[in-house]
Design a protein around this ligand. Structure first.
Ligand code: IMP
Ligand code: MG
Length: 180
């Protein structure tokens, strides 16, 4: 797998240390709020597991599974594959995402969750790729792990055709891998 990676963007150590920092900020911002932390599957799984363990406060966890991607391009068609199991009405909800790219997925997720009338709704994304944002998306992430350049990245939960999610770091996939 490593031979398919052109460049390591974020090492395990860099990710671990940034998540620890975010954990301190989130633990402070959500103290006494007993938030429902919602992970958007599947890309978020690794980040989610590491992030919630840095929350030193009471919280609940839940998952939403949406799909929008085929290969490296967004189809623009987002749909819910599996909805939340918790009732979030009147609750403080924190969305955890792997990457904020065009923004279509998060835009859809936010609209979907707001219909459930949470007390508050915020976004924490591990990666932000602002260069790819669709101009129609005005949404902003409240908490960002790292801002990344405009390249297709894999690892630490992020996939290309369901592979590479188990790489412990975030790397740029060699373009020849998805060219053929
Ligand atoms: P968006 O809707 O374009 O913002 O994309 C959001 C979703 O697309 C993410 O949750 C990822 O699953 C996937 N995605 C976007 N960019 C990348 C990338 O560079 N590598 C792997 N997956 C990506
Ligand atoms: Mg994906």
């Amino acid at each position: 797998m490593d031979e398919h990676i052109a460049q390591i963007l974020l090492t395990q150590e860099q990710i671990r240390s940034r998540i620890r920092e975010l954990g301190e900020i989130l633990s402070r911002d959500y103290a006494d709020k007993d938030p429902v932390v919602v992970g958007v599957l599947k890309g978020v799984v690794i980040f989610f597991a590491d992030m919630v363990r840095e929350l030193k406060i009471p919280c609940q966890v839940d998952f939403l599974c949406i799909s929008s991607y085929e290969g490296t391009e967004s189809t623009g068609q987002v749909r819910v594959k599996m909805d939340l199991s918790a009732d979030i009405r009147g609750r403080h909800v924190l969305i955890l995402e792997d990457i904020f790219d065009t923004g279509h997925s998060l835009d859809f997720t936010v609209t979907h969750l707001l219909r459930k009338q949470p007390a508050s709704l915020k976004i924490c994304t591990l990666l932000d790729k602002p260069a790819r944002r669709d101009p129609s998306v005005t949404l902003q992430a409240d908490y960002v792990g790292f801002t990344v350049p405009n390249a297709f990245v894999v690892g630490y939960g992020l996939d290309y055709e369901e592979h590479y999610r188990n790489l412990p770091y975030v790397g740029v996939l060699k373009p020849e891998i998805y060219a053929n």
